[in-house]
Write a protein that binds this ligand. Structure first.
Ligand code: PRP
Length: 222
């Protein structure tokens, strides 16, 4: 558990952070100025609430910090949450941001002759080996996963494998690399992820923070 009484909110770096910031603002949470300074090396930030700090980490690490109780709550996509499947994480709220999908894709030339219904074994490059194996196992296909940390779309071109499992948003990255989506795996959004122990032992504070986010999300949807 975090070392003080201060609540810790873990936020993901990058693209999702831009969508999280307006939510945070509407929830009345304002990080200290250094948070907005890209050249700052600081990773933990105070907020306008004396009892709430923010840490900024990689999206996969948000889930790890929350699961181990080093952060009490965080923002994580269900792609990351499904990959780790941490029992210590509870997800009370879909934040309705970070919309995209997780899909299987392959080179355009392969599509005409390929029938996914006949697969018994596939080799794929992905950031999500566990999720991918589980997905294919459910339909009786053995998946051999090559773990990459980014730029998956390059793998078929470079002869690493023929197929990838990756996030698709606009579809631009697939198009630019001659790939086509052939099988959707899951719809993705960002969720509020909560450490289960903190949720029980600090129930009143936790409920307060969850409620703040819930009100903002509901007001936005109305
Ligand atoms: C994600 C994802 C795809 C791309 C999809 O990568 O892994 O590469 O976005 O978006 P599009 O359909 O709108 O083109 P991201 O830019 O987050 O970087 P990453 O490769 O480090 O994951």
């Amino acid at each position: 558990m975090a070392d003080t009484d201060t609540f810790v909110l873990a936020l993901p770096k990058g693209r999702i952070l831009r969508e999280v910031m307006p939510l945070l603002r509407r929830a009345g949470i304002e990080p200290e100025p250094a948070f907005h300074d890209d050249s700052a090396r600081q990773l933990r930030f105070r907020t306008n609430h004396a009892d709430l700090d923010i840490i900024r980490v990689r999206s996969f690490d948000v889930a790890t910090f929350v699961a181990f109780g080093a952060a009490h709550l965080g923002v994580a996509g269900n792609d990351v949450l499904m990959e780790f499947d941490y029992p210590e994480i509870y997800t009370p709220l879909d934040l309705d941001i970070g919309h995209c999908r997780l899909s299987v894709a392959e080179p355009r030339e392969l599509v005409e002759t390929d029938d996914p219904a006949t697969w018994s074994h596939v080799r794929v490059a992905t950031k999500y080996p566990s999720l991918t194996r589980r997905h294919f196992a459910r339909r009786g296909v053995q998946a051999e996963c090559i773990k990459l940390n980014g730029a998956m779309e390059l793998a078929p071109k470079m002869g690493l494998c023929r197929r990838i499992v990756d996030l698709v948003s606009s579809g631009e990255t697939l198009r630019a690399n001659g790939l086509v989506e052939i099988e959707p795996i899951a719809d993705i959004t960002s969720r509020l992820a909560v450490n289960r122990t903190a949720w029980k032992t600090r129930a009143r504070e936790m409920a307060g923070w969850i409620e703040r986010f819930r009100e903002v999300v509901h007001a936005q949807a109305a």
